[in-house]
Write a new protein. Structure first.
Length: 367
């Protein structure tokens, strides 16, 4: 499943959305440990909110007098961020040969995000629903899985890039050891990427890697579907325009998605009259998005709020200011999107059922 920021989280087997194109599917059941951990994290967030209730009250007073113009700018940044996300997915599907309207892809992305961010274990249900919607519109499960996996990879890569830039910009102001850890991790990833680029030049390495990959794919139907989709997507791109140029616009969209969402956070601080901690805002934002992407709670509730507020305090804001900025940002980037997403879900779901009923009637009439 693709979360709000484009990361691939859940997939479904071909027995779900691929067979029959249902609107929803069972998905994979969450492990009991997930439920326990989710409950513990939510309880901890509630306890922290009670403990900091004085700061919370001050934050709510600040939000009540937020300036309208910066608030409108923040909302615009968030809308543009979501547009980049939908365009990223739409463009990758288009590269694979799918023909969808951008507005339709945006509605589906909003709907899937609402399901994933509201229901416990909702990412699995949202994945089945989204794949079913794509199947109804002629997109194969393999292509859908490949396009969303590539979108997730691009989103993860650009988010990590923002973290690296933020760590370099913050100097020694970050959490202890963070700068060293991120720089070492960057060096390891660059070395692995270089190794991955050089090894395929050896025919022996290519043959061995291909055998291992196919062997693993045979054992996993889900991996086989993604592998098949990635192969088709790469083949389509090579036939249209070889080289790396076709991948640059999607990468730009993935980066724009994050930057515009971070700009929404900055605009929230501006609207509240809070001085933006420029040296640490990218680090705070990137680490918060990474923690929220774990989906330990529906929509990252409690985790995103706690981590973002704590990091903003670490970089110099007062507790009430950090809480106010965090809550206003979450209102725009999460809560305001839920009714819009569920409205899109209802509209798309009922429209699909009407089309199915009409198709059944037409088949009966012909027979």
């Amino acid at each position: 499943m693709v979360n709000k920021r484009g990361g691939a989280e859940e997939t479904v087997d071909s027995g779900g959305a691929d067979s029959g194109g249902a609107d929803s599917g069972p998905g994979r059941a969450r492990h009991p440990v997930w439920w326990v951990l989710s409950a513990v994290l939510v309880a901890a967030a509630v306890a922290l909110a009670v403990d900091r209730r004085h700061d919370l009250v001050l934050a709510l007073h600040q939000i009540a007098v937020v300036r309208p113009a910066p608030l409108a700018v923040a909302a615009l940044f968030e809308a543009l961020s979501l547009t980049c996300l939908a365009t990223l997915q739409w463009r990758l599907l288009k590269l694979g040969g799918a023909r969808l309207r951008l507005a339709l892809m945006g509605a589906m992305a909003l709907a899937a995000n609402a399901v994933a961010g509201t229901l416990p274990g909702g990412a699995a249900f949202a994945a089945a629903w989204l794949y079913g919607q794509l199947r109804r519109r002629g997109v194969s499960l393999a292509l859908a899985g490949a396009a969303l996996a590539v979108a997730g990879l691009m989103s993860a890569t650009t988010l990590f890039l923002l973290l690296v830039v933020g760590v370099l910009a913050s100097g020694r102001a970050g959490p202890s050891g963070l700068r060293t850890a991120v720089l070492w991790l960057t060096a390891v990833l660059v070395a692995l990427a270089a190794l991955a680029a050089l090894l395929p030049r050896s025919a022996f390495v290519r043959r061995r890697a291909w055998r291992i990959w196919r062997r693993v794919g045979v054992r996993s139907r889900r991996l086989w579907n993604v592998e098949d989709g990635l192969y088709r997507l790469a083949r389509e791109v090579r036939e249209v325009r070889p080289g790396v140029r076709p991948w640059l616009p999607p990468l730009t969209l993935a980066l724009g998605n994050w930057l515009l969402d971070a700009a929404c956070l900055v605009a929230c601080a501006w609207g509240l009259g809070v001085a933006v901690p420029w040296r640490g805002v990218l680090v705070a934002y990137s680490l918060t998005q990474m923690s929220g992407a774990l989906r330990l709670t529906p929509g990252g509730l409690g985790i995103v709020e706690t981590s973002l507020a704590a990091l903003l305090v670490f970089y110099g804001l007062h507790a009430d200011q950090a809480i106010a900025v965090t809550l206003l940002y979450r209102i725009l980037s999460y809560w305001a999107l839920q009714p819009i997403g569920w409205t899109s879900w209802l509209g798309l779901t009922f429209a699909a059922r009407r089309r199915d009923a009409r198709t059944v009637r037409e088949r009966r009439a012909r027979s």
